[in-house]
Design a protein around this ligand. Structure first.
Ligand code: TA6
Length: 300
């Protein structure tokens, strides 16, 4: 695998783009600009951190996160692809697909005015991992500045129509879930995974006072996380997505997961930009689909 020095020779920009051997055991791209800084692990193509100028850290990352194990990294923005949740037909396949546990390659990096971008690609790790026998290409564009934008681009290079589900499984850092409300989902139906997948209906803002695991269907609007404790709102807008997943494992599931830290569940909420549940992406041969999340932070 390519090392930090070769990546810096190929893509580094002094003071703006640097590839480092992160203390958690893997390669990380550090993106800096006047608009903010971000770090992206090549393992999983996973955002680990985003600090827009003048703000505190926006993403939650487990204190136990490691980049040198086969396990997916808990926190940041994991890429769930080419399926969300359990594999639709084969229970032996890993939850949330193969992208988040595969090492991505660097395609390009750009230091622009006020923002810095990197494009990563997932090189097929062999047909044994790819349900469509290696006929899918995947790219991720990350642009970090005062706004964080992710574009997850699927290219169906095969000769057959394929169906995928997917998510940018964003873990947001909050002061305490007691101080948080999530707006933008009122009036939508959701599949309540914590209640066996029962179909339910959202009325008003979402509060986090128990395990919440909901796949909201038919959602295209901006979702806002209001955090009275940090005096900020995290705004998540999107394109190419008709599902929004809201997840907090609460105490018991956190203990079972074992990688949430002491009371990590109190300081995070996932608001995921997705196509999941009944919202399946059907991609004709040769077609491309882009899933975009655009994230901003405003003062309350
Ligand atoms: O997005 C919510 C969810 O599907 C939950 O059901 C929970 O499993 C979570 O993802 C985390 O999954 P992981 O495989 O990363 O432990």
């Amino acid at each position: 695998m390519v090392g930090a020095s070769a990546l810096n020779r190929a893509f580094g920009v002094a003071g703006r783009i640097a590839f480092i051997d992160d203390r958690r055991g893997g390669l990380v791209a550090e993106l800096s600009s006047a608009g903010g800084i971000a770090s992206v692990a090549l393992k999983g193509g996973q955002l680990l951190s985003w600090l827009p100028a003048g703000q505190e850290e926006v993403l939650w990352l487990s204190p136990l996160a490691r980049l040198d194990t086969p396990k997916a990294v808990r926190g940041g923005i994991p890429i769930c692809w080419p399926w969300f949740g359990p594999h639709p037909t084969d229970a032996s396949r890993p939850a949330h697909g193969i992208a988040r546990t595969t090492t991505w390659s660097v395609v390009r990096a750009v230091a622009a005015e006020g923002e810095t971008s990197v494009e990563l690609a997932l090189v097929s790790s062999g047909t044994e991992c790819w349900p469509q026998q290696g006929e899918l290409g995947l790219a991720l564009g990350v642009t970090a500045g005062e706004q964080l934008t992710l574009d997850l681009i699927t290219h169906n290079r095969g000769g057959e129509r394929i169906e995928i589900t997917q998510a940018l499984h964003s873990y947001f850092r909050v002061s305490d879930v007691d101080n948080v409300l999530i707006e933008g989902l009122s009036g939508r139906d959701y599949l309540d995974t914590a209640a066996g997948g029962m179909r339910s209906h959202q009325t008003g803002a979402v509060a986090i006072d128990r395990e919440v695991d909901r796949v909201y269907q038919g959602t295209r609007d901006e979702v806002v996380i209001l955090d009275r404790g940090l005096g900020r709102k995290i705004r998540v807008s999107k394109e190419g997505s008709t599902s929004t997943v809201v997840w907090n494992p609460w105490s018991e599931k956190s203990a079972r997961l074992g990688d949430m830290g002491t009371d990590g569940f109190r300081h995070m909420v996932c608001v995921e930009t997705a196509n999941a549940g009944e919202d399946v992406v059907s991609l004709p041969a040769g077609a491309t689909h882009t899933l975009r999340a655009a994230i901003r932070v405003d003062v309350l």
